[in-house]
Design a protein around this ligand. Sequence first.
Ligand code: ATP
Ligand code: LTN
Length: 340
Amino acid sequence: MGCMKPRVFSAMQPTSDSLHLGNYLGALVNWVALQEDYDAIYSVVDLHALTVSPEPEQLRSRTRRTAAQFLAAGVDPARSLVFVQSHVPEHAELAWLLSTFTGFGEASRMTQFKDKSAKVGESGTNVGLFTYPVLMAADILLYDTDLVPVGEDQRQHLELSRDLAERLNTRLGEGSATVPEPYIVKETAKIYDLQEPTKKMSKSASNGKGLIEILEDPKKVAKSIKSAVTDTGAEIRFDRETKPGVSSLLSIYSAIDGRSIEQLVEDYQGKMYGHLKVDLADAVVAYLTPIRDNAMEWIESPDSLDSVLDEGATKASAIARGTLERLYDRVGLLKPQRWR
Ligand code: ATP
Ligand code: LTN
């Protein structure tokens, strides 16, 4: 392993059968790019997914499907570690330690918790949902992570991870933790829902028609794009305020096609929304088809997939153990004799 390279870590929850274009363009594309210059570690965070009380069989299947999509998108297990969070018990162990460093008020300010708990109501909210960002900080700090590629919605959680790392360094001494930097690419940090173009594309969105799923039937993908909500007026131009619908389509187009938004606007001058949608639908389908085919191959060979995940967990665990032992020692936990 290239010890001198800086470390990148990121993760996704196995909460759906397919990732969507927001997950892909907002995060995964950057994971793939960063593995060139970084020592990369990517995880399917199944312990986080428990906060939404999934069906056991569905969780298991989605854990494999999520990992398969990482690999299909170009995460290369020869260069990067890919593993399932629950296979590395140090995540839950460090989360406990970090929870004792996290203020109650500090955790209460997390907007994602507020949004999610408001949706299910107090009686449906579990403590895991509240401490979710602490487990996320554990994921990151366990690997002395330098850089975390995510979408815009994760910025506040990352800020908490940074605060916790700094706090460990202050209270337990320098060198206790590495303070991670967010890596959020402005243009794709937020991909919008096709039906409600002021909201982020999300698997928990109320209207599934606004979602482009990577593993979906290409015909359905094309249909969703063609029925995307556009704005009043006929002109194709980029303006998030007054033309959120067309602007979202232009952002997606630019991200997958490589042309700048300015160039696309120029190319579509005098054309109608329909032209843009038809071309975009073709482009997205062409872009996703090989990824989908590759993901299906992994899903259909669970033994090969599980071997990749086992190897990832073994290597990740070796790194995680070192960090955990360092921190256990610094907080004053007695080391068992058999480990000395
Ligand atoms: P949920 O619907 O439960 O909020 P999600 O669709 O937001 O889920 P996550 O598993 O929370 O998906 O996110 C995985 C990664 O994808 C994170 O890095 C997140 O920032 C990124 N991401 C999610 N949605 C978008 C989006 N619409 N645009 C850009 N990035 C996104
Ligand atoms: N909360 C993240 C998933 C996540 C994560 C992480 C991302 C859990 N642990 C560590 C980056 C680093 C989300 O995507 N909803």
